[in-house]
Design a protein around this ligand. Structure first.
Ligand code: ADE
Length: 231
């Protein structure tokens, strides 16, 4: 069985096809380390037109997703795959960051990601999920790409997905700081030289330099990270 399952309730299952055929996630799916399954919302729509949205009570522009199709889709997915952690993608959710990604990666057997569309979902749909998550302070026209962001970020924490697990320990945000500057060949590129210390072979000095650079970079670009309590 897969180490982590990702299920997505969406009006647009086809959006999830090509992004996850390629790269690390594509390979992990092929190898059965993780599983991805979309659940089309449309068949749970109401009436001959399989309607999933309606005008807001109280008036106003835009359409609101009705709760019944969402509830039916969630119930069916949970019945077929018990124990999933239900996450609604919405700009009103908790902001996603790396500690939250890690928490999500520990929700076994996996996640049921619910992608809303239109202007929002009926307030009563909130009672049917375990958590609401936003991927950032901007508005997407649907939760699909937000769900993909979660899948991508969580999948790479699942053991065996990443080619080189050591890079996980070192990378940005895991230590609450931005990553230090990285260089590869050539030694000189358009007049810009790789810092001598990285060519010195002195691993202790290199480690200290990287630590100092990471701190400097974080202070310059993201001072908010340095004052935020570590989780
Ligand atoms: N749906 C629309 N905007 C979103 C956002 N920023 N995060 C998560 N889901 C969304």
């Amino acid at each position: 069985m897969a180490l982590m399952e990702f299920h997505v309730i969406t009006l647009f299952p086809e959006m999830f096809e090509s992004p996850f055929r390629v790269g690390m996630v594509g390979r992990a799916i092929e190898q059965g380390i993780i599983a991805l399954k979309t659940h089309a919302l449309r068949p749970y729509g109401l009436g001959a037109y399989k309607q999933v949205d309606d005008a807001p009570y109280g008036g106003g522009s835009g359409m609101v997703m009705r709760p019944e199709p969402l509830a039916a889709a969630i119930d069916a997915a949970m019945e077929a795959h018990p124990g999933l952690w239900r996450v609604l993608l919405t700009p009103q959710g908790e902001l996603l960051d790396q500690p939250k990604v890690r928490e999500l990666s520990e929700r076994k057997p996996g996640l049921l990601l619910i992608a809303g569309r239109y202007e929002g979902v009926d307030e009563r749909a909130r009672a049917m999920v375990d958590q609401e998550i936003s991927i950032g302070d901007y508005v997407l026209s649907g939760g699909e790409i937000a769900a993909m962001v979660i899948i991508e970020a969580v999948a790479r924490l699942v053991p065996g997905v990443l080619g080189n697990p050591e890079s996980l320990a070192e990378e940005s945000f895991s230590a609450g700081m931005l990553e230090y500057p990285q260089y590869t060949r050539p030694e000189v590129f358009r007049g810009m030289k790789v810092p001598d210390i990285l060519l010195s072979g002195d691993h202790q000095k290199i480690r200290a330099w990287r630590e100092a650079e990471a701190r400097k970079r974080t202070a310059e670009r993201r001072p908010d990270l340095l004052v935020r309590p570590k989780r």
